[in-house]
Design a protein around this ligand. Structure first.
Ligand SMILES: [Zn+2]
Length: 209
């Protein structure tokens, strides 16, 4: 399945538009390429190509946490790496590249989400926003967030939160340095990208379904 990516058939949808299908290199699922994430090797590094238009050797993966962590869990996932080998990328550095890029992008989206108000931190601010009618789609807690913070915020939002692999102090370091127990995200393209890069940066305990 990995060697024939360029030769996959183009399917024509009912509307007459060509829908190119691609296969996730981790789980083997086939889907229209717009529903998968394209990774490219270019300029001596490997990174996600959100535009799906950049030149370079590419593979596709799902956005699922299972497939994203699958890239790492086997550390050198052979299918993922072999596709980039021989294209000016040192195989042993692929994961460092992916991780470095992920961390840089994660910090970028943290900043964007915070500045645009998509990210709200602190239990009181979050609860206040929710009372004022703000809808949140994601809720995250520091590893050492107090139980009453967790129950208070989850109740206020009607959402179940996810515990991160980071302590309050480490989480605060991503913002202004003050400890952070909890933050919530409003639904948006930026917040989903942030969550994606959090996955890739290894932010989550691996207890997810
Ligand atoms: Zn997959």
């Amino acid at each position: 399945m990995t060697t024939k990516q360029h030769a996959e058939p183009e399917k024509v949808s009912k509307g007459g538009h060509a829908t190119k299908e691609r296969t996730c290199i981790i789980c083997g699922k086939t889907a229209p390429k717009g529903e998968l994430l394209r990774w490219i090797a270019s300029n001596g590094t490997v990174s996600p190509d959100w535009t799906q238009k950049l030149g370079g050797r590419s593979v596709y993966t799902c956005f699922s946490s299972r497939c994203l962590s699958g890239i790492y869990s086997k550390r050198f996932n052979p299918a993922f790496c072999d596709n980039f080998a021989g294209f000016g990328i040192d195989k042993s550095q692929i994961f460092d590249f992916v991780k470095e890029n992920a961390q840089r992008s994660r910090d970028w989206y943290f900043n964007i989400c915070l500045k645009s108000g998509v990210l709200v931190k602190g239990q009181n601010l979050i609860a206040e926003s929710a009372r004022a009618g703000t809808v949140f789609s994601r809720l995250f807690f520091a590893e050492d967030a107090a139980e009453n913070t967790v129950s208070f915020t989850e109740r206020a939002l009607g959402l179940t939160g996810i515990r991160l692999d980071l302590k309050k102090e480490e989480l605060g370091g991503l913002f202004d340095g003050r400890e952070v127990s909890v933050f919530a995200l409003k639904p948006s393209e930026q917040s989903e990208k942030l969550v994606f890069y959090m996955y890739l940066s290894g932010f989550f305990t691996h207890q997810e379904k």
